[in-house]
Write a protein that binds this ligand. Structure first.
Ligand code: ADP
Length: 360
């Protein structure tokens, strides 16, 4: 069992900086997901933890031991990649056992351990098969089995589900989460898919351009995004954003729309920021913006609807802007309808236009 601490981790490729001082503490047994757009530095961070990339500066500790100068094999970690290399000519038993090739255990102990891992992954029946006789999900489980068999302190996953079709990804997401609950090991998981991050993580680390933007539980990053980038990256469809000006409890938006915040009380810090710089970007989640038969805050014309079954996404033209809202699934509006949209003022996010940081 082990925690993982990254202390001011910096990476340059030649003269190009790609990580600018990453600080992160992953607790023992925690499931942490690194997420962000392609090229933001997720894999590089993971590979530095694994020992597969040199560290330009900073420190990586695993289980209170600085591992900067330790070989990957001495870090007691196991890594599962997107292109899991399982050997087609070997049985599942041999493929899983491959993880033990350098172990000093006896043959009987190794077989015992392979059986334990196969049972944990529900693969006992498949031990004599070869990869060609397995489904994509089963092959992925073999790769995970090979990582598990050495009983590492830390599992590192690098986009392991990216090559699977949508249905299988959803299934594997659940399997990995259940496995974590059962085995209780520390997991650091890299993905560019925010849904994967939200559904699996205890905590999410959102990265952009080699910087951490926010670290928090799925609940925190969704409901209290630290800045506009996080607000747009987490949640689908993305948060609606409008520019406006705050004045005495009201937001003055485009097309002479005035949004009364209904006596919403701001913290002292937020109030002083708004007084100093009243220009804001307001963010409204499509989930929070409801199509209503009451007067509402915005009037618009429905351009398009997307029925999702239990609810319907409504794309409405409000002046020059398009806003995305939600309507109940059973009685949705149709294209061309005039609709009102409403939101509780407490659910409106205000961002500073200067740096995109959340005001409140
Ligand atoms: P992510 O995993 O978030 O997609 P990476 O960690 O793979 O991002 O890459 C971060 C940045 O580092 C990217 O801009 C990428 O082009 C650059 N990079 C990655 N590997 C190398 C390398 N071996 N040489 C030079 N630049 C690299």
């Amino acid at each position: 069992m082990a925690n993982v601490i990254l202390d001011n981790l910096v990476k340059h490729y030649g003269k190009t900086p790609v990580l600018h001082g990453i600080d992160l503490e992953v607790s023992d047994g925690e499931f942490v997901v690194l997420v962000g757009p392609s090229g933001c530095g997720k894999s590089t961070t993971l590979r530095m933890i694994a020992g597969l990339e040199d560290i330009t500066s900073g420190q990586v500790s695993i289980g209170d031991r600085v591992v900067n100068n330790l070989e990957p094999k001495d870090r007691n970690i196991a890594m599962v990649f997107q292109n899991y290399a399982i050997y087609p000519h070997m049985t599942v038993r041999k493929n899983i056992g491959f993880g033990l090739r350098t172990s000093k255990k006896s043959k009987a102990e190794k077989l015992q351990r392979i059986n334990e891992v196969a049972a944990m992954l529900d693969m006992t029946e498949l031990l004599d098969r070869k990869p060609g006789q397995l489904s994509g999900g089963q092959r992925q489980r073999v790769a995970i089995g090979r990582a598990m068999v050495r009983d590492p302190d830390v599992f590192l996953f690098d986009e392991p589900l990216s090559n699977l079709d949508a249905q299988l990804r959803t299934q594997m997401r659940l399997e990995i989460k259940k496995l974590h609950q059962r085995v209780g090991r520390t997991i650091i998981f890299v993905t560019h898919d925010q849904v994967e991050a939200m559904t699996m993580a205890d905590r999410i680390v959102i990265m952009k351009d080699g910087h951490i933007q926010q670290i928090g539980s799925p609940f925190e990053v969704f409901h209290k995004p630290a800045n506009q980038f996080v607000a747009r990256f987490i949640g689908a469809p993305p948060m609606n954003m409008l520019e406006g000006r705050y004045q005495q409890g009201k937001l003055h938006l485009q097309d002479d729309i005035v949004l009364d915040l209904g006596g919403r009380v701001f913290s002292a810090a937020a109030a002083s920021k708004l007084a100093e710089h009243p220009q804001v970007v307001i963010g409204m989640r499509p989930d929070d913006l409801r199509v209503t038969s009451e007067p509402g805050h915005f009037k618009g014309e429905v351009a398009l609807i997307e029925p999702l079954g239990s609810e319907t996404l409504v794309y409405a033209n409000v002046g020059a802007k398009e806003l995305i809202a939600k309507a109940p699934g059973r009685v949705p509006p149709t294209a061309g309808d005039q609709v009102s949209l409403a939101i509780e003022s407490e659910l409106i996010h205000l961002f500073d236009t200067r740096d995109g940081v959340l005001i409140e």
